[in-house]
Design a protein around this ligand. Structure first.
Ligand code: SF4
Ligand code: SF4
Ligand code: SF4
Length: 286
């Protein structure tokens, strides 16, 4: 295990012990403000073992097979980019566009940080698929009664003081979890203290800030990271979906929001068509 601050939870057996140790603690506050949790993925440390993928599938009871893309049965995956391995998962945005696009509030940002989904409220409109700047939510096309699927940052486990299953499973501390402010400090300490790192914490600004951060020694755009708008997405997406009086948004911001959402709608429509075509092919045995 690499050294990491005591307050941060790394992976492996020690993580379990440390996580269990936090169970009795009340939720921390700083200056009267409740603190939230965040995950840091250090791409320079990831060895591509896929223990995170497997742990996530196991706690959800999903089939064990590795999947190349996020899917209703793969809420986190590990992509290969040359000799680099990159996890994909919900970014748990601070101000999530998926939640603001959801007319029935099936998606919400919880006080502890995870963005969770309540299937009992979902009406299957799939606005969240369109709104997400990171193309995360997946839809269960093959099921008669279909729901949206995405990572919930193991919100229930974290509420009990446990680390997310993926973090706990990481044998080298490439994924760690902790209080968001401390996680950000740790990420900053690493990138400023070692010249190999790109001088940016992905997620610190994207979509107005997230609760999952990445640091890397390879430019993010070369690893498939999207250049998400730096401002929070809900105002833009909600306006385009007719949820916010347009008077609160002016000029360029409104136009760029509508343009962005239109592009996203097209993108998701194409992705849905491809997914449906793939499903049909599989059913027909092609
Ligand atoms: S990454 Fe997408 S699905 Fe996850 S919280 Fe942000 S907007 Fe929602
Ligand atoms: S936080 Fe939980 S649900 Fe999300 S990827 Fe990790 S194990 Fe899966
Ligand atoms: S468990 Fe850790 S080292 Fe293994 S693929 Fe996931 S993040 Fe990388």
């Amino acid at each position: 295990m690499p050294a990491c601050p005591r307050t941060l939870l790394g992976g492996g057996r020690d993580a379990h012990r440390r996580a269990a140790g936090t169970a009795a603690l009340p939720r921390k506050e700083e200056n009267g403000v409740e603190r939230t949790k965040a995950i840091l993925v250090d791409i320079t440390k990831c060895i591509g073992c896929r223990s995170c993928e497997r742990a996530c599938k196991e706690i959800h009871g999903f089939p064990k097979e590795t999947e190349l893309k996020l899917s209703p049965t793969a809420l986190t995956i590990v992509e290969e980019h040359g000799d680099k391995y990159v996890r994909r998962m919900c970014m748990h945005c601070q101000d999530p566009a998926c939640a603001s696009a959801c007319l029935v509030r099936a998606l919400k940002k919880t006080a502890l940080g995870p963005v969770t989904y309540d299937a009992s409220k979902c009406i299957g409109c799939r606005y969240c698929l369109v709104a997400c700047p990171f193309s995360v939510p997946r839809y269960e096309w093959t099921k008669l009664v279909a729901f949206v699927k995405k990572c919930d940052m193991c919100g229930a486990r974290q509420a009990q003081g446990q680390a997310p299953a993926c973090v706990e499973a990481c044998p080298v501390g490439a994924s760690i979890v902790g209080w968001r402010d401390e996680i950000l400090e740790e990420a900053e300490r690493r990138i400023l203290g070692d010249s190999k790192y790109v001088k940016h914490i992905y997620g610190s600004e994207e979509a107005g800030g997230t609760s999952v951060f990445f640091i890397s020694d390879v430019p993010f755009e070369k690893l498939g990271f999207v250049a998400a708008p730096r401002q929070p997405m809900p105002a833009l997406s909600a306006a385009a979906l007719g949820d916010v009086p347009t008077v609160v948004l002016v000029g360029g911001a409104l136009l760029s929001g509508i343009y962005w959402i239109t592009e996203r709608r097209n993108h998701v429509a194409m992705a849905e068509a491809r997914e449906r075509a793939g499903t049909n092919c599989n059913r027909e045995g092609h």
